[in-house]
Design a protein around this ligand. Structure first.
Ligand code: PFF
Length: 513
């Protein structure tokens, strides 16, 4: 079966940038920066970007294009083409399909809240919420976690979830060029325009509570460096986690997107352009909206408390409170949530693609069959996120998809690139079609530093964070049965993938024997 190809170079870059630019840029990043040393956070952030983020971006573009050329668009097939055929690697390759599916399950649900909130902004539904507490109740009732005067069931949230889910499926059903690329070609530029407009509005806000609480002072607050944070290993882990998440690397998504590149595409420049657009959207634009805006209303102590509550609170409680107060607030609220919704949509479709590529390339299904299977499966699984949100299921899914699979898979692919494909072949492959030559020092980095850096992160993360979560330490006892049930389901999903891949592997084994 003939595989699809991106229609243009720009299309491929914007699709990757669309995957990278998401909620992570506008909500997760500012919260991480405030929590982990402000301006000083940029030091581990930039170091991990250069030593791990960018190399992983190039690794995935290279392995993906190589695999695509041999007819494979997802990790289980791609790893096979570079002769990484040990049982362990085969098993690990499944994480490159499993991880994205698991993230997709909760990411689309969160994305649907943004659609809901953009409509609520226009209608002025939360206009009468005077403070954080009432706005929190609005959010909790919307999520179905309590009943109050705002919502009496999860129905409205479910309605917006159905629309969002359907939209995602529609885009991937139309395919790589006619669906994903076509959407990203207009959505990503529009997203930048919206972000710039909102930054301009934020930075011209007048102080309302306190003369000194200006948006510029808010920027100063965000970037004020606390260098003592650098000696804390957790800050480094947080920086690495943010780089993975924001660039969408290390999970198999870019690998799949790259498999639709043509042989003569310029991997180095395109990968760098996509990463640079993401960083622009994150550090410059993402850093200049939520925190400075919230600073004007809540001041330094207030922001610390907000950051402790996490990114959801910043997006769905603090920002609506701020936006509803300013002139033309309903409109700006609408623009803010539409921006986030678009950013979310161009990310979630990328999460669907590895599983679709797996079903099409490895099992020989048509796109229509693959999309139907994917849609039915994930639709059922999404209900866990919708119904059991209050039981900590979303955090659990985030742990297995967005952290566990990611750290393990990223380490695997970095080692495969440099040591199984071999740095000489990998370097040549990466430069094929390239208009520039990467500094020689990067060859050393990709051979030794990136894999070692990832191994160190894997170890530090296992020790500091994974073991307590594995053992469900600190979980409230009434949630434990739900979380165990979720784990069981995820295991089933992984086992299902294993069975499907097994058929392919044994067939391939016979062919080459
Ligand atoms: N990069 C996206 C964000 O910043 O929100 C999230 C994401 C999308 C992570 C796709 C991983 C992924 F494969």
């Amino acid at each position: 079966m003939k595989r699809e190809k991106w229609g243009s170079k720009l299309g491929a870059v914007l699709a990757v940038a669309g995957s990278a630019i998401g909620l992570g840029n506008f909500l997760r990043f500012p919260v991480q920066a405030v929590r982990n040393g402000g301006g000083a956070f940029l030091i581990p952030y930039l170091i991990t970007l250069v030593l791990m983020g960018l190399p992983l971006m190039w690794i995935e573009w290279t392995l993906g294009r190589f695999g695509g050329h041999h007819g494979h668009g997802s990790a289980p097939g791609i790893f096979q083409t570079i002769r990484a055929e040990s049982n362990l690697v085969r098993f690990l390759s499944l994480l490159g399909v499993f991880g994205p599916v698991v993230i997709f399950i909760y990411y689309t649900y969160v994305e649907s809240w943004l659609l809901g909130y953009s409509v609520f902004s226009l209608l002025g539904s939360y206009q009468h919420c005077p403070d954080q507490q009432t706005m929190s109740s609005f959010l909790r009732a919307y999520q179905g976690l309590e009943k109050n005067q705002f919502f009496s069931s999860v129905g409205p949230a479910y309605f917006f979830f159905l629309i969002t889910f359907f939209l995602n499926i529609l885009v991937v059903y139309r395919g790589v060029t006619r669906g994903i690329e076509k959407l990203c070609l207009w959505a990503v530029p529009l997203l930048f325009l919206l972000a710039v407009a909102i930054v301009a509005r934020t930075l011209t806000l007048k102080p309302v509570v306190h003369q000194e609480w200006t948006p510029l002072a808010g920027l100063g607050f965000l970037w004020n460096p606390d260098f003592s944070s650098l000696s804390d290993a957790r800050v480094w882990l947080a920086a690495a986690g943010q780089i993975f998440f924001t660039l969408s690397v290390g999970i198999g998504v870019i690998l799949t997107y790259a498999s639709y590149l043509s042989r003569d595409s310029d991997i180095i420049v395109s990968g760098m352009t996509a990463a640079a657009s993401n960083e622009l959207a994150e550090v410059i634009l993402g850093g200049s909206i939520a925190i400075p805006a919230a600073f004007v209303f809540f001041g330094p102590a207030g922001i610390q408390a907000i950051a402790r509550q996490g990114s959801f609170d910043l997006g769905f409680v603090t920002m609506p409170l701020v936006l509803k107060t300013i002139p033309l607030g309903q409109l700006f609220g609408f623009l803010w949530f539409s921006l986030l919704f678009l950013a979310g949509l161009t990310s979630s479709i990328s999460l669907a693609q590895p599983a679709l590529a797996f079903l099409q390339d490895e099992l020989g299904l048509s796109r229509r069959q693959a999309v139907v299977i994917f849609a039915l499966g994930t639709f059922a699984l999404c209900h866990f996120a919708v119904i059991l949100l209050g039981r900590g299921v979303v955090d659990e899914l985030d742990f297995w998809g967005g952290t566990f699979s990611l750290v393990v898979f990223a380490t695997t692919e970095a080692i495969l690139f440099a040591w199984v494909m071999g740095i000489d072949k990998a370097w040549t492959e990466m430069h094929a079609g390239s208009s520039i030559k990467l500094l020689g020092v990067y060859r050393f980095v990709m051979r030794y530093i990136t894999p070692l850096f990832l191994l160190a992160i894997l170890l530090a993360w296992t020790w500091q964070q994974a073991i307590p979560v594995f053992l469900l330490r600190g979980t409230s006892p009434e949630n434990v049965p739900y979380l165990i049930c979720t784990r069981f389901l995820l295991l089933l999903l992984l086992f299902g993938l294993y069975l499907m891949a097994q058929r392919v592997w044994s067939k391939k084994g016979k062919e080459t024997a």
